[in-house]
Design a protein around this ligand. Structure first.
Ligand code: GAP
Length: 440
């Protein structure tokens, strides 16, 4: 994990926010490579669950919603974690995370097990509260959303009616969520500001189990289809006392992170809980008129809920490889074997020598050709060719194109493949189609 964190900083993927002021706990910034990777993850998710299906549409809702949304959804009263302080070392923890098999507490930092040396367990609401408008009174309290899901329930009727959508159908959204987590941990795994990629899939109640299985399979295939090794993924069913207040059934897709198996995505059967709660609280009819049975029904909801940041972390960790030094070199090779569709830079274009204007001119012409096709290319002329290859390997760039003296004679270049390090000689005109074939 430490190697990944330092590579992320070195290559400007992800680093601590506000570093010049000492950094801010649990807040991270995505640099030039990180933002491309994260955008690619989100684009792939959108392509698969929205553009790749007839039955899902997208929305982009406001982060701040009417405060009554969170009362009706149960978040104001129920979205809490149990907070406990260790009086010995002054550490602060989630009580459920540090309780032992015998239900007593053990401090993970100092090992304290004396019940008298722990504070009372207090319930702590995870929602960030702020005020809308100039006056900070109780009437102006609003919350930063802790999940994107509620907008899909609140907007259910308007989206369904406008699109004349027939059950089953889904509403999808990607966006920021905020939780005042007691424990922030493992780099971007658990932070206070993160992005979710969620679908609320509305079904007839009797068909909910079938669609639950469908989404479990769809979602795990999405990760493996983008290169995560299947043996690093598993389903884990939530026990009854672990499930969220709204869920009848819930499975996590877990990834085997360096600290052990942990949640990547949750897939829940939220039943008709949310639509009914919002209908009661708002007085609006949130039922669906079923043209088959001529009845008004409240649909059940299957919710695959993924974290964009956790997905980025899993894709990075799974792609990270250290290899013995390639022939003729001394240092081990670090490679990010990212799927070309996720790779931040798709291709690097390298003139063999920077002080040869004729090589530079051809390399620049090739870069322009990639840009015209919307392919994120990178021009690099600094250092030896070997060092430039290493930098691109570490950044996950799937292709390097080298312009050499032969290129000037016959308009051919070499294309180097990141994973195999194999080099092929190709015509300049073939470079764009070869790369485009793999990166879209
Ligand atoms: N709408 C359901 C929901 O929000 P969740 O299991 O609390 O369910 C879904 O969150 C996903 O959001 C998680 O599987 C994880 O990927 C991501 N997530 C949740 N809390 C997070 C945090 N504090 N930091 C980063 N990602 C988080």
């Amino acid at each position: 994990m430490q190697k990944m964190v330092s590579l992320c900083k070195r290559r400007s993927f992800i680093f601590q926010s506000s570093e010049i002021y000492g950094g801010l706990r649990s807040c991270y910034d995505y640099g030039p490579l990180g933002v491309e990777l994260k955008r690619n993850v989100k684009d792939q998710w959108w392509r698969t669950v929205v553009h790749g299906r007839e039955d899902v549409v997208g929305i982009d809702a406001s982060i701040i919603m009417h405060p009554r949304v969170w009362e009706a959804s149960g978040h104001v009263s129920g979205f809490t974690d149990p907070l406990v302080d260790c009086k010995k070392c002054k550490g602060r923890f989630r009580a459920d995370k540090i309780s032992t098999e015998t239900a007593s507490l053990k401090c993970p930092d100092c090992g304290n097990e004396d019940p008298k040396k722990f504070s009372e367990i207090r319930r702590f609401n995870l929602m960030f509260e702020t005020h809308l408008g100039a006056v900070e009174d109780s009437a102006s309290v609003v919350y930063l959303r802790p999940e994107t899901a509620q907008a899909m329930f609140v907007d259910f009727e308007v989206v369904q009616a406008a699109g004349r959508l027939k059950l089953p159908f889904g509403i999808a959204q990607i966006g920021k969520s905020f939780r005042n987590e007691i424990v922030v941990e493992h780099f971007i795994f658990r932070s206070c500001e993160f992005e979710q990629m969620e679908v609320e899939y509305f079904t007839r109640p009797g068909e909910a189990d079938k669609w639950f299985e469908h989404w479990k399979e769809e979602r795990i295939s999405w990760y493996t289809g983008l290169g995560i090794r299947p043996e690093k993924l598993r389903f884990r069913e939530h026990s009854a006392d672990e499930r969220a207040h709204y869920a009848q059934a819930c499975f996590d897709i877990d990834y085997e992170f360096p600290w052990g198996w942990d949640e990547l995505e949750g897939i829940a059967n939220r039943t008709d809980y949310d639509l009914k709660k919002h209908s009661e609280a708002s007085g609006k009819d949130l039922t669906y008129f079923d043209p088959q049975t001529h009845e008004h029904i409240t649909p059940y909801v299957i919710e695959p809920s993924a974290g964009a940041d956790r997905s980025v972390l899993a894709f990075l960790l799974d792609a990270y490889t250290e290899e013995p030094p390639p022939p003729g070199t001394k240092n081990p090779r670090t490679v990010l074997r990212l799927d070309p569709r996720l790779a931040p830079t798709k291709v690097a274009v390298l003139p063999l020598k920077k002080n040869k204007p004729e090589l530079v001119a051809v390399a620049r012409e090739i870069v322009r050709g990639f840009f015209e096709k919307g392919i994120n290319a990178f021009y690099d002329e600094k250092d030896s060719i070997g060092r430039r290859y290493r930098r691109q390997d570490e950044s996950g760039t799937p292709f390097c194109i080298t312009v050499d003296f032969q290129s000037l004679k016959d308009r051919t270049v070499t294309i180097r493949h990141r994973d195999s390090m194999k080099q092929d000689r190709i015509g300049i005109e073939d470079a764009t189609p070869i790369v485009a074939d793999k990166v879209f």
